[in-house]
Design a protein around this ligand. Structure first.
Ligand code: FPP
Ligand code: MG
Length: 446
């Protein structure tokens, strides 16, 4: 860690209370943010319009069966918990208030591409976009923004709204939800999943091709909105999440594929016979946790960090490190709980097929722990539970082991770390909300 950040951490640690709970009143973040989340979702749907009704329908589909919106909640709460702390906060606040400086809601909402240049027809925005038109038509004069007036120095407006969420941060909350939804439109094709959020999945309703194309369309809209934020650090962070999602998914597949490939497996096992006789492979755990970060925690960690960057956290300041560490630990805890629920809950509770991981050939936390207690699991994991009866047998081993409980305990350990890092922030309702969110992630049933 950067030395300056490290020193800030130490100072803050000393200053923070020994108790792990914030002193501010605890609020239910989902209830407290419900109006904002509803508003964010409805304006997000507006951004998704397309000239092709089929695309509009499929891209809106998962937003109309809304998620719990954990990712936007992380962004909004971290924005509230850290706004006012970063060295550039006043500049960011001013940018959000001064028309022409790039950060106002009106500017972020302006049509995302130049009408009649990219033919970006969006039926939700008829006055802002254009249908395909013959080229060389004379265009009406475009309204030009006045030149921005920079704040008078040396006394910029005094921000008192330390918990204001800036328009750029609200847009970021929408972008992370769009990235998540786009990934699900792909994931349900890859996993051949018939159910999502208690309804037929997008591929089940519209077919694989439209699901993939719809996911890519959502990513296109998210990318345009991301560029409008005008922050290259945030662009890089969020773009790298997309690479991480793909890496995570491929790592998950490769894990399966490597085991499919007898030669590779043999070379690997022969080279280390010890490992073969060891019930739990350290490599399997490493791959599993790395994959968990890439496919789930990266979006939460980098989304959280981006929220703090948009709030004016400068290089070398600790606030973005705190946000990243919180999101990373929370994200890993979230996926571990997901992997537990795949064993514990029925499809009706989950709103998606339960017991899917073994069917997909995946050995998640509970199976890896069960392997320690039942060495017979090793062979099943190696052949991806593909022989008739393997899935049932493996499930039985898992349920007769402490795999589920130990995975829950591991999730709790990550959640505790997430809470611990929050103690470096000053007390606020938003910080208390982040603590409650952490408990909700652990206690969730679906
Ligand atoms: C759900 O996991 C899936 C993810 C968290 C990420 C999926 C990522 C991709 C498919 C890579 C491509 C992404 C984009 C944006 C192009 P899960 O299957 O364990 O959970 P589930 O039970 O909810 O389906
Ligand atoms: Mg899936």
């Amino acid at each position: 860690m950067h030395r300056r950040v490290h020193n800030q951490c130490l100072r803050l640690c000393r200053r923070s209370q020994s108790s792990l709970a914030s002193q501010a009143p605890r609020l239910d973040p989902f209830k407290a943010l419900a109006p904002q989340l509803t508003e964010l979702r409805s304006s997000l749907v507006t951004m998704l319009g397309s000239g092709h009704p089929a695309i509009t329908e499929i891209t809106e589909y998962y937003f109309l069966h809304p998620s719990k919106q954990v990712r936007p909640v992380i962004v909004l709460l971290l924005a509230q918990a850290t706004n006012g702390l970063g060295g550039d906060w006043q500049k960011k606040l001013w940018e959000s208030q001064c028309e022409g400086a790039g950060g106002s809601a009106r500017e972020l909402d302006r049509t995302m591409t130049r009408p009649k240049v990219l033919n970006d027809w969006n039926p939700h925005m008829p006055s802002e976009t254009a249908k395909f038109n013959p080229l060389f038509e004379m265009l009406p004069k475009r309204h030009r923004l006045p030149k921005p007036v920079f704040p008078p120095s040396p006394s910029p407006p005094t921000p008192t709204l330390a918990n204001t969420v800036l328009p750029t941060q609200k847009r970021l909350a929408q972008i992370v939800e769009m990235m998540h939804t786009a990934s699900l439109l792909h994931d349900d094709v890859i996993d051949e999943s018939a159910l999502r959020r208690g309804a037929p999945s997008a591929p089940a309703s519209y077919g694989n091709k439209l699901s993939i194309l719809g996911g890519n369309f959502v990513l296109g809209r998210a990318s345009a909105a991301l560029s409008r934020l005008g922050d290259s650090e945030v662009t890089e962070l969020i773009a790298s999440v997309l690479s991480n999602l793909v890496e995570g998914e491929i790592l998950q597949m490769r894990e399966v594929k490597m085991e499919e490939d007898a030669d590779i497996t043999k070379v690997f096992l022969d080279a280390d016979k010890q490992r073969r006789s060891t019930p739990t492979s350290r490599d399997a755990w490493n791959i599993y946790l790395q994959k968990t970060y890439l496919k789930t925690a990266s979006l939460m960690a980098k989304g959280a960090r981006s929220a703090v960057v948009l709030g004016g956290c400068k290089e070398g300041e600790v606030w973005k490190e705190i946000a990243y560490a919180y999101g990373r630990n929370l994200g890993i805890a979230f996926q571990l709980v997901d992997d537990v629920l795949d064993y514990e809950s029925a499809s009706a509770t989950l709103g998606k097929p339960g017991g899917a991981d073994l069917q997909l050939g995946l050995a998640t936390g509970p199976a890896l722990y069960a392997w320690e207690e039942h060495p017979e699991m090793g062979d099943l994991i190696e052949r991806k539970f593909e022989k008739p009866g393997d899935v049932e047998l493996a499930r039985d081993y898992v349920l007769r082991s402490s795999g589920v409980q130990r995975t829950r305990a591991l999730a709790q350990a990550y959640a505790d770390k997430a809470k611990e890092v929050l103690q470096l922030l000053p007390d606020s309702e938003a910080k208390a909300g982040l603590e409650v969110l952490t408990e909700r992630v652990i206690g969730r049933k679906s």
